[in-house]
Structure formats: C-alpha cells, structure tokens
Design a protein around this ligand. Structure first.
Ligand SMILES: Nc1ncnc2c1ncn2[C@@H]1O[C@H](COP(=O)(O)OP(=O)(O)OP(=O)(O)O)[C@@H](O)[C@H]1O
Length: 252
C-alpha cells in the first residue's frame, strides 16, 4: 500500500465517535446526526449514501472540519478537530484535507495547470517540493496533454478531473467529494469516477464521496448508508442488490 501522508494515523484516516449535530433550538430542533461512529481506513474509497435529509452533507462537513458537531469527536490524520482554534482548523484543512464539489470551481482565466497549483501558491508552498507529486497526479488523472487548456476548452469531465488533481496535489490525508458527478452526464460521470478510483488504487489516496447515485457508489470499496441521522448499514464492495436492499432499509 502506498500511504502518502506521514501524519496519518496508521489505522484510520478519519474517525467519528458519538457524532451528533442538532440545528435550531426550542420547538424547531432538527437532529441531523444522532450519534454516528465511523472509521475511515486509509487508502480506501468510501461512498456515503442515504435519502435526502438523512445527514450525509452534515456528516461530511463535520468530518472535514467545515461544521462543528453539537457533540462527539472527530479525528483526522491523528488530530482531534475539536481541540483546534478556528485559525488552526483553517490551516489544518488547507494542509490535510482536499475537497471536490459538484460545481468544479475552477478559475476561468487560468489554465488547468495554474488552477491545480493555485491553492499551493496561496498557501505559500513552492512548486519545487511538489513537482514530482504534480506529475504523478496529472498522469493518474489523464491530464498530461490538457494542462495548457482553460476550463472553457475542457469538457465537464475533464474540468472535474482538474478539480480532483487540485485536491490531490498537496497530498491530503483525505479527500471529500460532495456529489462530484452531479453536474455530469453518465459517460463523463463514469470517466471521473474511474479516475477517482485510480487515485485511490494507484496513489493510495483516501476518498470519501457523498452520492445519490447507485452507479457512482459501485466504484467505492465501502458504502455507508445513513437514514435519519444514523448509520443503518456499512457494506464492503456490495452487489447492486445488497446496496438497494440497504437503501430501502431492509436486510441485505
Ligand atoms: N444549516 C441548517 N440549519 C437547519 N437545518 C439544517 C441545516 N443544514 C441541514 N439541516 C437539516 O439537517 C438535516 C440533514 O441535512 P443534510 O443536508 O445533512 O442531509 P443530506 O442527506 O445531505 O440531504 P441531501 O441529500 O438532500 O443533500 C435535514 O433535515 C436538513 O434540513
């Protein structure tokens, strides 16, 4: 296995214990998470699935340090997030967490290569130390001959691959992908998912993806199913039938 983050805990890339998140107060409380325990092993591709409103985004945001849980603990790359100040948390996310969103969020006036380097430049890191990693990521994502193109000159799938390269280049302990194929047609989705899969297999990257799509979840090693703020199933390389049964809340 090629683990790429030296700070990562040897057993989990990220974990949650007793995670709860309640929005609002008084008579209008919404219990988005109701006690979630989860361990995400390094070098694996995990899909988080469940009905609309089941807590998928809230779980991802708490794991990524973008939202604070009401109760419970989150550990990423061996660091307890609740122990960090706001500034330290921002720095921690920048150095250890990668994000891929449904909207590609590329800057239109920059080339693919400039978009990939931008977060590192903003963080004051020099390309020198990461040149080899850049080449490896670009090769894995099939972008070598697209680096000089601006986003408007790339297909949707290629733009999302640039966004994934941008998330991977700093060697994050974990990459969170929120509906990464939500804006893509089915062939571009398949292309993006297979490259995401390659980044797990070939670069040892840990990836967590929220998705509604059964086809997308089929690329993952592990699937976590949420319903009403609780984990109702954890499946490893499920068959489509097992996945459908778990999503319906029945026994697989
Ligand atoms: N900022 C907020 N304020 C109040 N309630 C919220 C807030 N964010 C989420 N919720 C509520 O928490 C619950 C879980 O929301 P969450 O977005 O995590 O679900 P989800 O599974 O990601 O849904 P979807 O698949 O529709 O994106 C929902 O009932 C939602 O309305």
């Amino acid at each position: 296995m090629t683990l790429t983050d030296t700070n990562a805990s040897t057993t989990t890339a990220a974990s949650a214990r007793g995670l709860a998140k309640t929005y609002g107060r008084g008579g209008v409380e919404v219990h988005a998470l109701r006690g979630v325990d989860l361990d995400l092993a390094p070098g694996r591709f995990t899909a988080i699935m469940g009905p609309s409103g089941s807590g998928k985004s809230t779980l991802m945001h708490c794991l990524a340090g973008l939202d604070q849980p009401t109760a419970g603990e989150v550990t990423v790359a061996g660091t307890r997030l609740e122990a960090l100040s706001d500034d330290d948390l921002t720095r921690f996310r920048r150095d250890h967490v990668g994000f891929v969103f449904q909207a590609f969020n590329l800057l239109p006036m920059l080339t693919a290569e400039q978009n990939i380097w931008l977060p590192l430049e903003l963080a004051g890191r020099t390309p020198g130390e990461l040149r080899g990693r850049f080449d490896e990521v670009v090769e894995t994502l099939g972008l070598t001959d697209r680096l000089g193109h601006r986003p408007a000159e790339l297909s949707g799938g290629q733009q999302q691959r640039v966004a994934i390269a941008r998330a991977l280049v700093a060697r994050p302990a974990i990459v969170f992908a929120d509906e990464p194929t939500g804006n893509l047609d089915s062939s571009a989705s398949a292309e993006v998912l297979s490259f995401l899969r390659r980044s797990v297999r070939e670069l040892g990257q840990t990836v967590v993806m929220v998705t509604h799509e059964l086809d997308a979840a089929a690329y993952a090693d592990d699937v976590v199913v949420l319903a009403d703020g609780r984990i109702t199933a954890r499946l490893t390389e499920p068959t489509p039938a097992e996945l459908v049964a778990a999503l319906k809340g029945g026994a697989a």
